[in-house]
Design a protein around this ligand. Structure first.
Ligand code: AHR
Length: 510
């Protein structure tokens, strides 16, 4: 059989925000400490305490934004503990993640230094669950205020004269769970209160992100769009409209969290049969339904699409690697993770009308990581390679694809075999990313580009391996990496390829 793709220009120009390719680094296990921060006195080469090897590898991904300090950690984090001379910072217990004691050596200045080293935008998540409104207001003032003020002066005392640029700010994390176990009816009001004091001190307005739903909690989205956003509230007769507008809460984004996992019984990241391969492909595709249904609710209250859907936690969640601390969420990363990454990114690309940002969990040594470290050693995971291959979609114009594909059947169940997205960059080059979910069969694919341009050259790269669970290890770091893919035929604006089984293929047509 053969699959077909017809690539279409959208009626209106839709841009795939580069922020869909965002990342997340939490004070969790060995993500920050060891994975990123080793301290200035470490024998591991570093710049002001931040590992050079990790920064060098991550810079190749063109990371657009980095979410920090959590996660669940954010709603227990008091930022003033993490500023000033390191030796006098208080220690804290990381209650969510293994109850380890942290010395607070990685705080606001170190995080913003990391962002500068990575050339990425910070996305800070504030503490609603156990922090005060004042604390949140002062954090933004500390980071962004240019004039003379108590917080700006404190920043200067701590060695930073110029304010940093900060746009993205989260008002709490998972406030339905670790962030305070709130009902949405309650959080909606808490959000309105806290966001009031998250002030913009510069020409770059703060982009405020509210805690959104867990998975398929559509009630959460409904209430947040109705009450949290408050746009449908009637304007009292006696109030002049523009003054009322001024008093409305601001919400730029609503955060959805969805992990590809089996919560009833966490599975191994590396030891699995085809049954579990299929299971994880199917679980990943649920993201499409979630984005669609949450978007439909948002459309009802916000047809102009002024509020974005922000998928600021997604990725695989497996059993931790044997012998490691269960609170550290350290897992290996195989070809299966690469497919999960490729499918999710295709889904976000295709829904870029509402999805402005997404953040894979997490950047180093935690969950579906880009990088794993062991002492001074570092390896790149298959998921890293997918982000590197897909970076061509960042800020490119979405091309809508009509896909007619075979199915991948396992037992009684099946999923579409190919999963696709496409975009065109400023220079006119078209990039098509294709995931073949079937671990047993390669699939011939024909791709029609009529109406997009006139093309004469095609090339590609593929990520695949012999085994479904192929992964890189510290003794075999390059077992799985992208390879050039030359078997592409281009004739009369039609591209023909055979997509290898269990692969992520990105090809370029110009
Ligand atoms: O990413 C790990 C954890 O998953 C985060 O801290 C939390 O927000 C989510 O439940």
């Amino acid at each position: 059989m053969t699959s077909f793709i017809h690539v279409n220009k959208s009626e209106k120009k839709e841009v795939i925000s580069r922020h869909i390719y965002g990342h997340f680094a939490e004070h969790l296990g060995r993500c920050i400490y060891e994975g990123i921060w080793v301290g200035e006195d470490s024998s591991i080469p570093n710049t002001r305490g931040i590992r050079n090897d990790v920064v060098e590898a991550l810079r190749k991904l063109n990371i657009p934004n980095l979410r920090w300090p959590g996660g669940c950690f954010a709603d227990e984090y008091h930022w003033k503990d993490g500023i000033g001379p390191r030796e006098s910072r208080p220690s804290i217990v990381n209650n969510n993640w293994g109850k380890v004691v942290e010395n607070n050596h990685f705080g606001t200045h170190e995080f913003l230094d990391l962002c500068e080293q990575l050339d990425t935008e910070p996305y800070i998540c504030g503490n609603v669950g156990s922090g005060t409104v004042q604390e949140m207001q002062e954090w933004v003032e500390y980071i962004t205020f240019d004039g003379e003020s108590p917080m700006a002066n404190l920043r200067r005392e701590n060695g930073r004269d110029q304010p940093w640029k900060l746009k993205y700010f989260g008002v709490g994390n998972e406030n339905w769970g670790c962030g305070g176990k709130m009902r949405v009816e309650y959080y909606a009001d808490v959000y309105r209160r806290y966001q009031t004091f998250v002030r913009s001190y510069t020409d770059t307005p703060i982009y405020k992100i509210a805690c959104g739903p867990q998975e398929a909690d559509y009630h959460w989205t409904e209430v947040m769009m109705r009450e949290g956003l408050g746009r449908t509230e009637p304007i009292p007769d006696e109030v002049v409209t523009d003054i009322w507008e001024h008093h409305r809460p601001e919400m730029d984004g609503l955060a959805l969290h969805f992990y590809t996992r089996n919560r009833a019984n966490y599975d191994s990241a590396t030891e699995f049969t085809e049954e579990k391969w299929f299971d994880y492909m199917k679980r990943t595709l649920v993201m499409e339904e979630l984005v669609e249904k949450h978007t439909a609710i948002m459309d009802k209250y916000d047809p102009e699409k002024t509020v974005d859907l922000i998928v600021d936690e997604w990725g695989t969640w497996f059993k931790v690697e044997p012998g490691t601390n269960p609170g550290f969420l350290y897992q290996q990363n195989t070809l299966r993770d690469a497919l999960v990454a490729g499918i999710n990114l295709n889904i976000f690309n295709n829904r870029c009308d509402r999805v402005h940002m997404a953040n894979i969990a997490q950047m180093v040594n935690v969950l579906q990581a880009m990088i794993l470290t062991e002492g001074e050693k570092m390896i790149l995971t298959p998921s890293y390679h997918v982000f590197e291959m897909y970076k061509v979609h960042q800020d490119a114009t979405l091309l809508r694809v009509s896909v007619s594909t075979d199915t991948y059947t396992y037992g009684e169940d099946s999923v579409p075999m190919l999963n696709v997205s496409a975009s065109q960059d400023e220079s006119g080059k078209v990039h098509i990313s294709v995931c073949n979910l079937d671990p047993n069969n390669a699939e011939p694919l024909t791709c029609n580009l009529d109406g997009i341009g006139s093309f004469s050259k095609a090339s590609g790269r593929v990520l695949t391996a012999e085994a479904m669970n192929a992964h890189n290890t510290f003794s075999d770091p390059n077992r799985i990496k992208p390879e050039a893919f030359d078997e592409i035929e281009l004739k009369d604006n039609e591209v023909s390829v055979t997509v290898p089984s269990k692969s992520v293929l990105v090809f370029e047509v110009q």
